[in-house]
Design a protein around this ligand. Structure first.
Ligand code: LMR
Length: 396
């Protein structure tokens, strides 16, 4: 039966990990998949997670199914993390939400829900966007359109072009936005730009679909939710896909949240039943483990304090690595000005070099990153930074 299909090339991001593993070069450098790494190149379990695991092990008494919407303590904790304490939309009971298997699971079930609302739903995504947005949304039947976002020549956001494009979309359209730490460019909207975009959404009527997978990695846990909170407070409807993969380091546990901010409580009840039915039709109910850990961390003061400091340590280190890369590149006297790397936020930076140079860095120096020129900043460390800067200088 399956011979009618053709074999596909490896995933543009996950395929890099496989290629990196196979490379026998001992000096190889992995700046591919978005996973936080420490100075030793390891991704240890966060201390707050280790402690929560002990607590869960001591208290869990059954492996019976959890409810279709997921762990309610987790959901409430996540909604508060995303929308803030005392959020008016939460108090007004306008938020439908389910625990989802990762940010990917959240994106997919929200896409399926949008197709239930309108099988011709158009979703506008930034140019560029995270490569996996395309299959996650497109395979659900979404009609994907692209809005201008990032100018590789100036390494900055094309805000006027973006606004111009989005001012012409239809009121039935959906606009996918990165809540913070834009993947792949690391170029985020500032507060004023979020304000203008919120006013535009209100005027045009499009539905913002906010993907927030790196909360806490940009400017701070609350600071990174600025745009999301602004839209939630000022618009009738916003949908949100959140991930705990990076900021809780729970990658393989697949923990995410799909939330729908509705115009009123009765619409929220409809949305809640529909999103649960979408999930039931795909995977029934989410896996319990990761959500149970995040529930413990968010609802236990001492673990929450540890988590906040661990997120801060990861954020600060990534900002230092950015500065270290820029200064090492300056030491190489490269013609290109890479100071924009310091302005970008979170785990990724776009080097703004062509794919041939990305390929040359892979083939000649065993340095692995995504063809778009996205590098995982957390893969840099004091040992590899000068090798990396020299290799970039030689390749430019
Ligand atoms: C990334 O962007 O590298 C991560 O989110 C991992 C993935 O699934 O692509």
């Amino acid at each position: 039966m399956f011979e009618s299909l053709s074999a596909l090339s490896p995933d543009p991001i996950l395929g890099l990990s496989a290629a990196f593993k196979k490379d026998p070069n001992p000096a190889k450098i992995d700046l591919g998949v978005g996973v936080y790494k420490d100075e030793q190149g390891l991704t240890p379990i966060l201390d707050c997670v280790s402690q929560a695991q002990q607590m869960l092990l001591a208290s869990e008494t059954s492996k019976v199914y959890i409810t279709p919407q997921g762990n309610q303590g987790y959901i409430n904790g996540m909604v508060e993390l995303l929308l803030g304490h005392n959020s008016a939309v939460t108090s007004a009971n306008r938020v439908a939400a389910v625990q989802a298997p990762g940010g990917c699971g959240a994106l997919r079930i929200l896409a399926e829900l949008l197709v239930r609302v309108n099988k011709n739903t158009r979703v506008w995504v930034s140019d560029p966007t995270w490569a996996n947005h395309i299959p996650l949304l497109g395979d659900a039947g979404i009609d994907l359109q692209i809005y201008p976002y990032f100018d590789k020549n100036s390494a900055s956001i094309k805000f006027d072009e973006m606004m111009d494009c989005l001012s012409k979309v239809s009121a039935d359209d959906v606009v996918l936005l990165h809540g913070c730490c834009h993947n792949p460019t690391g170029a985020d909207l500032n507060k004023e730009q979020w304000q203008q975009l919120t006013a535009l959404a209100s005027k045009v009527g499009f539905l913002p679909f906010i993907d927030i997978a790196y909360q806490g990695f940009g400017d701070g846990i609350d600071e990174d939710a600025y745009g999301l909170r602004l839209m939630a407070e000022n618009l009738e409807e916003v949908i949100v896909a959140a991930s705990c993969s990076k900021n809780f380091g729970l990658y393989r546990e697949r923990v995410g949240l799909a939330a729908i901010i509705c115009k009123d409580q009765s619409t929220k009840d409809i949305a809640q039943s529909q999103i649960q039915s979408v999930a039931r039709g795909i995977y029934s109910m989410p896996p319990s483990y990761g959500g149970a850990l995040v529930d413990i961390i968010l609802n236990n003061k001492s673990l929450n304090d540890i988590w906040i400091s661990e997120v801060e340590a990861m954020r600060t280190r990534m900002a230092e690595l950015r500065a270290m890369l820029v200064s090492n590149l300056e030491d190489q006297n490269v013609d290109k000005d890479f100071s924009f790397i310091n302005k970008q936020k979170g785990m990724f930076s776009f080097l703004c070099i062509p794919p041939e140079q990305v390929q040359a860095l892979r083939d000649q120096h065993a340095i692995y990153f995504v063809d778009s020129s996205r590098v995982n900043i957390a893969g840099i460390n004091h040992k590899n930074v000068s090798v990396l800067a020299k290799a970039i200088a030689q390749t430019l």
